[in-house]
Design a protein around this ligand. Structure first.
Ligand code: NAD
Length: 492
């Protein structure tokens, strides 16, 4: 919801203009034009939102799970009905293609679907006669007010990794979306407003660091979910933990893919190109390094260069476009200077996407697909998340060397292998130190009923987003030990 060109906050079941003194322009990255202003909400407004959520908590946790999920069934229908309209907003603020934007919202909706299973998913368990006449039971109860802080690159999907599970489990949920892409969730909350949820069960508060810090420090916020870059993930993790909160933080990535000589090279090239250049390389599961083994190097180098240079780049609302711009002018500049750094460290440029100008969109933030060859695994570039359409190639002679390089990186979000050998696939699956593994897959994104499992510098916490981990994260386990002596029975 917007008023006078500025986005509103959704607090206590009502859309409210912010009392912010600072606003940012949300820009269309394909045109550079300002679309709307987003408030950087002040701390007292965040406090007001948390108080409204806290006030709603007792009534909401007492609402039976079967009734709570009825709102999610309605939400799914509304999201399905408005899918194209919401996807268009995502294209306008985030720079994706329409297919990419539709696809991400679809993945978000799948989380709504899975969370409708809460009546069974949040069941506890029990044992009769743990000692003579004594029983033990475990119940799951909601945690309280919980908050999520989300990044720019999936404005529709990532908030839905959290919201449906949080409220289905009986929590009250506060969302702080990325200030770069706040329009998608603003529209989704218009739909949420139609559900008739009790006021305060869900909250949308726009802003930046001040909102985040207030959520991390507020005594009534019991759990924090974060998705974004690793330095901020680590900061959010430490500060939340120091305040005694439950916390899960998903961070950045630098995803390697190995291509063995026995791989189907045509398939591998097509899939790796989609992984590296899809969403302009701004996916936390984008392939950013390809390690070829032996003879695979020569063929892959030629094929990927051809596919990269042919990719159609432009405004995502145009039908034949395969790749849009990156998110901001600063991002374009950062990506281009990282490419230059790679070259200064000895990489060879096979395809150069710098200084791109797209006809009719000269003010857009475009970087075309870029392929760098012979990147030194020990260079700064090899260890830095670029978050743009840049693929680095490295070449080794054995699968063991390739796996060693995969495991040497500081991140562990995803690692993939292309091969036709089951034994090689099993070895890789077993030895690779990353949380999401792909075998002949380029974007190993877990479905909503599996955890999104980053490792190492890509994740700080214990329980991941989605699936059973989400139920663990959003519930407290309460164990009850009961004795009812038979002498107390009345005679009936
Ligand atoms: P970001 O870290 O800049 O911002 C993420 C969120 O944190 C935003 O809501 C932002 O307002 C807030 N924030 C930023 N700086 C902050 C600070 N200093 N203090 C407190 N809050 C702050 O990330 P981004 O640029 O929006 O997103 C891209 C990053 O997210 C990439 O590193 C990408 O790999 C990562 N990502 C990871 C996953 C995953 O599942 N592991 C998924 C998507 C994106």
């Amino acid at each position: 919801m917007r008023e006078n060109g500025q986005l509103l906050n959704y607090i206590g079941g009502t859309w409210k203009p912010s009392r912010a003194s600072e606003f940012l322009n949300v820009r269309n990255p394909a045109t550079g034009e300002a679309i709307v202003r987003v408030p950087l909400s002040p701390a007292d407004e965040v406090d007001e939102a948390i108080q409204a959520a806290q006030a709603a908590f007792d009534g909401w946790r007492r609402t039976p799970p079967l009734q709570r999920v009825q709102y999610l069934f309605k939400l799914k229908t509304l999201l399905d009905t408005h899918l194209d309209e919401i996807a268009r907003l995502t294209v306008e603020e985030c720079g994706k293609t329409m297919d990419e934007a539709r696809g991400e919202l679809q993945r978000g909706i799948e989380n709504v679907e899975v969370a409708t299973g809460i009546p069974i998913l949040m069941q506890g368990y029990n044992s009769e006669d743990i000692a003579r006449g004594i029983d033990e039971l475990m119940f799951r109860q909601p945690v309280g007010v919980v908050a999520a802080i989300t990044p720019f690159n999936f404005p529709g999907m990532i908030p839905l990794w959290f919201l449906p599970y949080a409220i289905a489990c009986g929590n009250c949920f506060v969302l702080k979306p990325s200030e770069k892409v706040p329009m998608t969730m603003s529209r989704v909350f218009d739909l949420i407003d139609q559900l008739g949820l009790p006021p305060g069960v869900v909250t949308l508060i726009n802003g930046g660091k001040e909102v985040v810090d207030t959520l991390l420090d507020h005594p009534d916020v019991r759990a924090i979910s974060f998705v974004g870059s690793s330095p901020v993930a680590k900061y959010v993790y430490s500060r939340s933990a120091a305040n005694g909160k439950r916390v899960q933080c998903q961070g950045g990535a630098k995803n390697p893919v190995i291509v063995l000589p026995d791989a189907d090279m045509e398939m591998a090239t097509r899939i790796i190109a989609d992984s590296s250049f899809g969403c302009a390389g701004q996916r936390c599961l984008a392939t950013s390094v390809t390690i070829t083994v032996g003879e695979a190097g020569r063929i892959f180098r030629e094929q990927i260069s051809e596919v990269a240079s042919k990719r159609k780049v432009g405004y995502g609302l145009e039908s034949d476009v395969e790749m849009g711009p990156v998110i901001t002018a600063e991002s374009k500049q950062r990506i281009e200077s990282l490419i230059a750094k790679g070259v200064s460290e000895g990489a060879k440029v096979l395809v150069d996407g710098r200084n791109s100008s797209i006809p009719h969109y000269e003010n857009g933030y475009f970087v075309r697909p870029t392929v760098l060859d012979e990147v030194n695994p020990r260079s700064d570039l090899a260890g830095t998340e670029i978050f743009g359409p840049v693929l680095s190639l490295m070449h080794v002679q054995t699968i063991d060397e390739a796996i060693e390089q995969v495991n040497a990186t500081a991140f562990g979000n995803m690692a993939c292998l292309f091969t036709s050998s089951g034994a090689a696939a099993r070895k890789f699956r077993y030895e690779a130190r990353a949380g999401n593994i792909g075998i002949n897959i380029g974007v190993a994104a877990p479905m909503a009923f599996f955890p999104f499992s980053g490792w190492k510098g890509s994740f700080f916490g214990d329980m991941h987003a989605q699936g059973r981990d989400a139920i663990e994260f959003y519930t407290e386990k309460k164990v009850v030990v009961e004795r009812w002596p038979k002498e107390w029975s009345r005679k009936f």
